[in-house]
Design a protein around this ligand. Sequence first.
Ligand code: IVH
Length: 669
Amino acid sequence: MNGRETLNALLAKIAAANTAYHEHDAPEIADAEYDALRREAEAILAAHPEWREDAKALAQVGAKPASGFKKIIHRTPMLSLDNVFDAAEFVEFIARIRRFLGLKGEALEFVAEPKMDGLSISLTYEHRKFARAATRGDGTEGEDVTENILTLQNLPRELPKDAPDFIEIRGEVYMTKADFLALNASQARQFANPRNAAAGSLRQLDASITAKRKLSLFAYAQGESSAPVAKTHWEYLETLKRWGFGVNPLSRRVPENGAEAFQTEIGEARAALPYDIDGVVYKINDLALQSRLGFVGRAPRWAVAWKFPAEKARTILEDIEIQVGRTGALTPRARLQPVNVGGVLVTYATLHNEDEIARKDVRIGDVVELQRAGDVIPQILGVLKRGGGEAFKFPGHCPVCGSLAVRVDDDVVRRCTGGLTCPAQMVERLIHFCSRGAFDIEGMGEKTVREFHEAGLLRGAPDIFALPAHEAEIARREGWGEVSAAKLSAAIASRQRIGLARFIFALGIRRIGENNAKLLARHYGSYAQWKEAMLAAQIIGSDARLELGSISGIGPAIAQDLLAFFAEDHNLATLEGLERAVLVQDEEAAAAIDSPLAGKVMVFTGTLSMARPEAKARAEALGAKVTESVSKKTDYVVVGEDAGSKAKKATELGLTILTEQQFRDLAGL
Ligand code: IVH
């Protein structure tokens, strides 16, 4: 293909993706793939500006259109579930629960429910009257679909007297397979599957359209409520049924060793069910145990989705592309001849890394087998037939900046050594910096960051805060105007104060995700203290280095990455630039500032009746910092049975020693 043909092919794909996304509510490719197509097209157009006239598909789109629904902030976030794919992973899930709770023999009871393939919904009742409904959205903030939900036949409008004053009930809105087929048969617009049809039907600004679509509802989870409703999840489901909610009739109580049989049973029934499911959700039945287990990241510890096996397909590997990430990692991905895998058109698959390509010996032109499981990126399983290509040679240089790309020690990843001189790394870092969990600057999405970087307006993170000074220039840019430029300036200005954890996360240091950033922020408390400690920790054997090593959850590899970041002059220069532009606010110790444990540095040692992970999670939830080793800075050492050297050292240092009971009293357990 010549450049023009490639461009035309890209534009056709972009146009199709636009239609699928905006008009059919049925995206056919992942956002990242879509962005990659646009990037490729833009690169060709940069070399051939004379073709831009014809590139309407590019001009026509931006990000998602503002949806037009009011936003509702969820009182408690709507979370997702971790997945397991086989019995061994399920056993590991149970083992984790046992370790956390410190359980030995006792069998755990679960409620098993089919995992509905629809969209989750939150239903709020106030004074026993239906008040509002919200979609999950990003988990924190959803769309107000109250009007649309009111068109559902089996939605209870009122709850009986025994229902609490305030209660939020969660469940899944879905469309049956039959209703989906009938809907597609009745109209030109074709939905790809029942889930997209349900989402497209519910998210209608005109609720009279929703009313014509047949949507159903199963309730299965609790949000907030002003009074407890049940002691077990099973009892909760029974209550929901009594209140008139649809509850999946296949739900069942199963002992932990009964899950595998149930999985098989539902797997066999799956094809004949009137609705799509993609696995079974197992939830700890006892709600008191659920609350002790709590959440880790975005998923509960007390539940898991056991997904059905992945769907497989075969296709041709058209190319192996190398992408350069924020930390310089060269990541290969396979471009495929598009193929439908279990209802989704797949055009890209992950190849993980250099060794994986060598191990599978995949070559361009080969027929490969791939699989897609759940929402994960499709994977290539292996080569089915050779296409005559040569063994793939992984580049030794960065495809973007040309710097040497190296593998250090036993790292499987090859990394570009260009650092921030590599445009790819710089852009990825800037995108990360502005992203939701970081500075969260509205309007500074991937597209805008790339645009400003190319235009020379952004050479580093501090430049972001200089953008308002260039507002007039931005307003004159193609696709911008005074209003949007002013909006951007305002969004940037509103983010010049930021919490320490977000700030640390925004820096994009390798292995410092949101959780580790929080740990660091809680430990050091203020930006100044953190920075000072990181600089002091450059010296081997320094107190600061020992302290860093003692932070619970921050292992040696993470510490190494932090130190490496602070060893680079260009990073220090970035920090200085940011210090001039933003105010980093101190981190308040977690949830409970009044808790007696807030801000305390604690060490657990010896055997406690409560398992160590639970004790640690409890203490952290109350604002304590839990470390592994005892030092002068330790406030409390909780000493269990058979405590050894740590207890001794605590006595020597004259620290406050607590028995387990004293700890429980302080923590209110
Ligand atoms: S419980 C905190 N139960 O799966 C746990 N989720 O992958 C809340 N889903 O967003 C979820 N069937 O939309 C739960 N019986 C079921 C479910 C179910 C489908 C969906 C739900 C959730 C997603 C998580």
